[in-house]
Structure formats: structure tokens, C-alpha cells
Write a protein that binds this ligand. Structure first.
Ligand code: GDP
Ligand code: GDP
Length: 434
């Protein structure tokens, strides 16, 4: 499991600057999609071989009441509770402030490891800058510069020291492990109950779970599946748990832990920013995806086509995924959903033969060459599969850094069609030899 790191601190200490540095990604795909509302407070990153999720709590800040933090935002407290580690940022230029002390008091009560960073420390004497921050009793201060990068690698190495390498991840199960995701009230719990209700629950795997989410193994038509239940659906009988607070962090963690995401939408409501944001996470994580447009029972015949078109237009960046129009309540359309979960899983795990990849690439080039960039024309020489889940196709050649996104999209579509990869994102990577 990727750890989740929360960035906490009063306004202006440099959280969003550090966030941008920690999530800087070569995968511009997701960021460049118009219409995809990306909440830039949550992101993916990697230091060395260690991947992580990072949350900038700056976006949650409450009103600043005459220069003093009135109260830490509820969402910030929630993020601190749900994260695996916290980086607490302070500002070397302003020095230690009363707000820092208030936040530190709260963080000392947190069971999560807290790393104290003294930001904007570029060019200064580290020992001198750090000195006054020992008073916060949060251990050794790390003097860093989010803007210039000084000390960030060392800090992140410490933060991530106890979390696993990407390569060390436990052997993944060889069947679909899916997370049911979506904003509150779209019908996730109803869907999970519809799915599990009739099925024999083989085991509650409490050990291999993230906090608060349960992995449930079951069979459907003799085929094994694991469902990741984030909402604690199975425990919902208890009154205390009846009111669920929506947690983007839990949704992100579930997407990470799954190999297929099932995005639930409410057909009776307009597509909301939150729907697009959650879809964006699944896309960014490279997860296979199936969309369940739920509450279809309440939609009249006349409106059905309009609603389908509207959803397809707003979520056009999910064009690789299969959409199912279902009713969790009436248990309609569930079989089709499962067929797509299985085929999306198969597509995500597909082994693509090198000779066929080469053939498809040659044909694609013959049909349409990559455009010239000034005097150079990018030359693609050969390709092979570079990864699974999602499938990655690595293309070798010269001047490939000049290939425009539109051409990459053309290649993606060509490979997708040739290998019948519905339901999974597909990535193209260029390996520039000269
Ligand atoms: P946030 O409110 O905590 O998210 O802070 P921001 O990331 O928006 O940064 C607040 C201000 O501090 C901006 O003007 C940044 O350019 C500046 N800043 C952020 N990091 C550094 C740093 O490492 N060094 C210096 N000198 N300025 C920084
Ligand atoms: P969650 O917050 O996403 O887990 O949503 P719930 O499963 O708790 O459902 C929210 C509300 O939508 C409940 O009142 C459900 O009865 C209702 N609901 C769920 N699925 C359907 C459906 O397929 N059709 C209709 N008409 N209502 C549904």
C-alpha cells in the first residue's frame, strides 16, 4: 500500500509549493484534460522507488481570524487522522509563530508520525534556522526549501523509510479486486449489498486491509472476486456509523489497493465536480475502470438517451471505460457490470506480444507519420510492453521527445483497438536513444 502523506501548516508557509514539487509528474495526460476538474490538493508522487499519495491540507483552511487560525479545519483534522504520516511545515523567514504552536499541540496528540519541516531555508545556516523550532517538541526540525528543493529528498527519505518499495508490494491476487467509488448518496452501499447479498462471503480478510476498509472475497458464477468496501457498508447497521463522512483519502487509498475501480454515478443527478475528481484519481492511478450509472430505474424512457449523452460528454476522458446503466436497488444490470469488471481486469493484465506490437506500430506509422518538429522528424524504431496494470508500451527511437500529444493519442487508440483493451488506461512511453 502506498502511504498517504498530509502536508499541514498555517497559510503561506509553502504547502502548495512543496505539494507541487512532490507531485511533479511526467504524466501530463491527466493534468491537460480540459473539463476534468482536478482537485490539486491530492496527488501521487514517488521518491526513488517509494511511491506515495500526498494531500495538501491548505485547501481546507478555515477563515483566518485576525491573523490567528480560528480552528483547524475539520477536513484537515480528518486528513491528519487518515494519513500515514504528516509533514508539518513552518517558515524559517517568519520564525516560530503562535499559530505554529497551536498546530503543534494538535499534532502531538496524533498517533501518526509527524515530521517537522522548516521551509524557506535556502541559503541559510541550517542549525541556526532550526534552533527555535525544537521548542515545538516534535523532534529534529528538517530545514528545507520547497521552492528550490533543498533538503526535500532527505526529508522524504525519512518520511518514507518505513513504507515499502513499489517492488516489495505483496503479490497481487490473480483475480479482480475492485473498489466501489463515488460521491456520497450515489448508491455505493446499495450496490455492494446487492452484490454481496446473494453471494456466499468466503472470508473477511481483516488482516490485509487498510484502516477502515474491508476486503471481502466472494464468488460470482464460480469466479473469484474481492471487493474493497471503504464505506464500511457491512457495518452500517450500527447507528454510530450511519452517517458517513466523505473521504477523498479513503477513495484514493481504495483505488490504489484495487486493480479495478467501479465508479458509481447517480443518473438522477447532474454530474458533479466530485464525480470528475474521483474519476480523475482512477485515471491518474492507471486503474482499470467500469462506470455504473445507477438509479436508472427512476429514469423515464424519453430521457434515457439525453442522460447517456450528457454523461458521455462530461466524462469524455473515460472513453476507454464501459458504461453500465444499472439499478442497485432493483438489482438490475449487475450481471453486465460483472462481465465488464472481468474484462477490464483482463485488459489491465494483458500480455502483449512484441511481434504484434511491432506490426501495429509499423502500420500506424504507414498510415500517419509523426509530424516534423522544425527540421527533425521523430523516428520510431521498435516497441515492446513495459508494464501491466495499466499496460505500458515503450517505444524506442530518435527525437521522440518532439512527438505531440495528439499523435500519442492516435497511437494509444490504435494499440487499444488492435489489442482490444477496453476498460483500462493504456500508456505510451518514449525511450529516446539519441
Ligand atoms: P501555502 O499557503 O502554505 O500553500 O504556501 P504557498 O506554497 O502558496 O507559498 C506561500 C509563499 O511562499 C509563496 O509566495 C511562495 O512562492 C513562497 N515560498 C514557498 N516555498 C518557498 C521556499 O522554499 N522559499 C522561499 N523563499 N519562498 C517560498
Ligand atoms: P452511498 O452513500 O453511495 O453508499 O449511497 P446509498 O447506497 O446509501 O444510497 C443512497 C440513497 O439512494 C438511498 O436512499 C438508496 O435507497 C438510494 N438508491 C441506491 N440505489 C438506488 C437505485 O438503483 N435506484 C433508486 N431509485 N434509488 C437508489
Amino acid at each position: 500500500m502506498k502511504p498517504t502523506i498530509a502536508l499541514v501548516g498555517r497559510p503561506n508557509v509553502g504547502k502548495s509549493t512543496l505539494f507541487n514539487r512532490l507531485t511533479r509528474s511526467k504524466d501530463a495526460l491527466v493534468h491537460d484534460l480540459p473539463g476534468l476538474t482536478r482537485d490539486r490538493h491530492y496527488g501521487h508522487g514517488r521518491v526513488g522507488s517509494k511511491p506515495y499519495l500526498v494531500v495538501d491540507t491548505g485547501g481546507f483552511e478555515p477563515v483566518v481570524d485576525s491573523g490567528i487560525l480560528h480552528e483547524m479545519a475539520r477536513q484537515t483534522l480528518q486528513a491528519i487522522d487518515e494519513a500515514d504520516a504528516v509533514i508539518f511545515l513552518t517558515d524559517a523567514r517568519t520564525g516560530l509563530t503562535p499559530q505554529d504552536k497551536i498546530i503543534a499541540d494538535r499534532l502531538r496528540q496524533s498517533p501518526r508520525p509527524v515530521f517537522l519541516a522548516v521551509n524557506k531555508g535556502e541559503g541559510g545556516n541550517r542549525a541556526v534556522l532550526a534552533a527555535e523550532f525544537y521548542e515545538l517538541a516534535l523532534g529534529e526540525p528538517y530545514v528545507v526549501s520547497g521552492a528550490h528543493g533543498d533538503g526535500i529528498y532527505a526529508l522524504m527519505e525519512e518520511v518514507l523509510a518505513h513504507f515499502p518499495d513499489a517492488e516489495e508490494e505483496v503479490a497481487a491476487p490473480k483475480h479482480p479486486v475492485f473498489a466501489v467509488i463515488g460521491r456520497p448518496n450515489v448508491g455505493k452501499s446499495t450496490l455492494v449489498n446487492a452484490v454481496l447479498g446473494e453471494e456466499r462471503v468466503i472470508a473477511f480478510d481483516m488482516a490485509g486491509t487498510t484502516r477502515d476498509s474491508i476486503h471481502i472475497d466472494f464468488e460470482r458464477d464460480g469466479k473469484p472476486f474481492t471487493i474493497i468496501d471503504t464505506a464500511g457498508v457491512r457495518r452500517r447497521g450500527k447507528v454510530s456509523e450511519a452517517v458517513e463522512k466523505f473521504s477523498v483519502i479513503k477513495a484514493m487509498q481504495a483505488i490504489e489497493a484495487a486493480n479495478v475501480a467501479v465508479l458509481v454515478l447517480d443518473a438522477q443527478q447532474d454530474i458533479a465536480d466530485q464525480d470528475a475528481t474521483i474519476a480523475g484519481f482512477a485515471l491518474e492511478a492507471g486503474r482499470a475502470l467500469v462506470v455504473a450509472v445507477n438509479k436508472w430505474d427512476g429514469i423515464s424512457e424519453e430521457r434515457r438517451n439525453d442522460i447517456k449523452r450528457d454523461i458521455a460528454r462530461k466524462l469524455y476522458f473515460l472513453d476507454f471505460a464501459k458504461f453500465h446503466y444499472v439499478s442497485a436497488l432493483k438489482e438490475k444490470g449487475i450481471d453486465g457490470l460483472f462481465a465488464s469488471i472481468r474484462s477490464a481486469y483482463a485488459a489491465a493484465m494483458a500480455k502483449l506480444s512484441t511481434p504484434k506490437i511491432t506490426r501495429v506500430l509499423q502500420t500506424a506509422i504507414e498510415r500517419q507519420q509523426p509530424p516534423r518538429a522544425g527540421l527533425v522528424r521523430p523516428k520510431m524504431r521498435y516497441a515492446h510492453q513495459g508494464g501491466m496494470n495499466p499496460p505500458v508500451i515503450v517505444i524506442h527511437g530518435n527525437s521522440l521527445q518532439h512527438i505531440p500529444d495528439s499523435y500519442t493519442r492516435y497511437l494509444t487508440q490504435t494499440f487499444r483497438k488492435a489489442f482490444d483493451l477496453q476498460g483500462t488506461p493504456l500508456r505510451i512511453q518514449y525511450n529516446v536513444s539519441e
